[in-house]
Design a protein around this ligand. Structure first.
Ligand code: ACO
Length: 321
């Protein structure tokens, strides 16, 4: 039996933390009290002009490869989850391949599932590896959401940040990823979207992120609870055996409500939303790498990773680290 196991993790946050008070100083009509009470967010990181998702992805990927003890040319599959690609095309994954100096011609493509993107990418890579066709996948979530924010809309611009997280997934005889589940329901697309496009050399429609916050909140809490239960059931393990829940980092209240639905105490939950804000597809691998490096997540621990995002899309993976 072939499994896919995480051989190394890495992440990268650009620049210095930008506090809620820094946003006030930049002229946004908000306060540290409002943002912290509603979301748990205290700081986020914002990439400088010209720094792209593939730039952030490169550093996160190099860190993951170093931990995994792999040379970049051993990678035979690259999947980048992003909703803020460098270009419409080429894909961010092919740009990352080039920036890493990989010349072996390995497959490289992007996945667009917004904040669930990393779970989608991880699940796809797991299936490639389990089929026996690939042995070493680089799975990355990378975003520069600051580029698609309307900085005059205080209801959204305070929530997001930029960053990247990566894992090296390798073929192994022992698990590994034990179960995963991906879902989507396109009928909810209007509650969280960037409804603009490019046509005839012009941006048509609205180029910025728009959200019905309360509708997203309710939807997220419901589906995150359900999908975590689904992977626990599919893996045939008990909920008590979960060492860490590592959810998408959108809002501490969504994270707390999900943990409650799973009967998990908050000491079994990795939460980085206070420091990173919502980094969309990057948030789960960023949280994972943070907890690996600070010693919370250890080899042998059982993890549930889960995310929900625009589309709507959602999913979860249960794995032994
Ligand atoms: N600072 C101060 N006041 C604000 C701000 C702000 N940044 N933003 C909105 N307000 C005001 C509003 O104008 C409104 O004022 P009013 O009552 O005078 O009209 C008041 O605060 C309440 O606004 P609501 O939108 O009703 O606030 P709510 O309690 O719903 O909180 C929030 C908004 C934080 C967005 C919440 O709905 C939420 O967390 N939703 C989840 C959405 C989310 O996390 N999305 C991330 C992307 S999706 C994903 O990753 C899955």
């Amino acid at each position: 039996m072939i499994y896919a196991r995480i051989a190394g993790t890495g992440s990268y946050l650009p620049g210095s933390p930008v506090s809620n008070d820094d946003l006030v100083a930049r002229g946004i009509d908000t306060s540290d009290e409002w943002i912290a009470a509603r979301t748990g967010i205290r700081t986020r990181y914002l990439a400088e002009t010209g720094v792209t998702s593939s730039d952030l992805a490169r550093i996160a990927a190099e860190r993951a490869l170093e931990v995994a003890g792999k040379h970049a040319d051993e990678v035979d599959l690259i999947i980048v989850a992003t909703s803020t690609p460098d270009f419409i095309f080429p894909s961010t994954a092919t740009l990352l391949q080039s920036k890493l100096g990989i010349t072996n011609g390995c497959a490289a493509f992007d996945v667009q599932a917004v904040c669930s993107g990393f779970i989608y990418a991880l699940t796809i890579a797991d299936k490639f590896i389990r089929s026996g066709s690939h042995k070493c996948a680089l799975v990355v979530g990378a975003e520069v959401f600051s580029r698609i924010l309307d900085w005059s809309d205080r209801g959204t611009c305070v929530l997001f940040g930029d960053g990247a997280g990566a894992v090296v997934l390798e073929a192994a005889e022992q698990p590994g990823i034990l179960a995963s589940s991906l879902q989507a329901d396109g009928s909810h697309s209007p509650i969280l979207c960037v409804p603009g496009n490019i046509a005839g050399g012009q941006v048509t429609g609205d180029p910025f992120l728009r959200m019905d916050g309360q509708a997203v909140f309710k939807f997220a809490v419901r589906v995150l609870g359900e999908v975590a239960h689904r992977v626990i059931e599919e893996a045939g393990v008990s909920a008590d055996s979960i060492d860490w829940l590592i959810p998408h980092q959108a809002n501490i209240r969504i994270i707390q409500a999900t943990a409650k639905r799973l009967g998990l105490s908050m000491d079994k939950v990795v939460a980085t939303v206070d420091q990173h804000g919502n980094t969309s597809a990057a948030s789960i691998p960023l949280a994972l790498d943070t907890a690996v490096r600070d010693g919370r997540v250890k080899r042998g621990h059982r993890l549930v990773l889960e995310g929900v995002g625009g589309g709507f899309t959602w999913g979860a993976a249960l794995l032994d680290f």
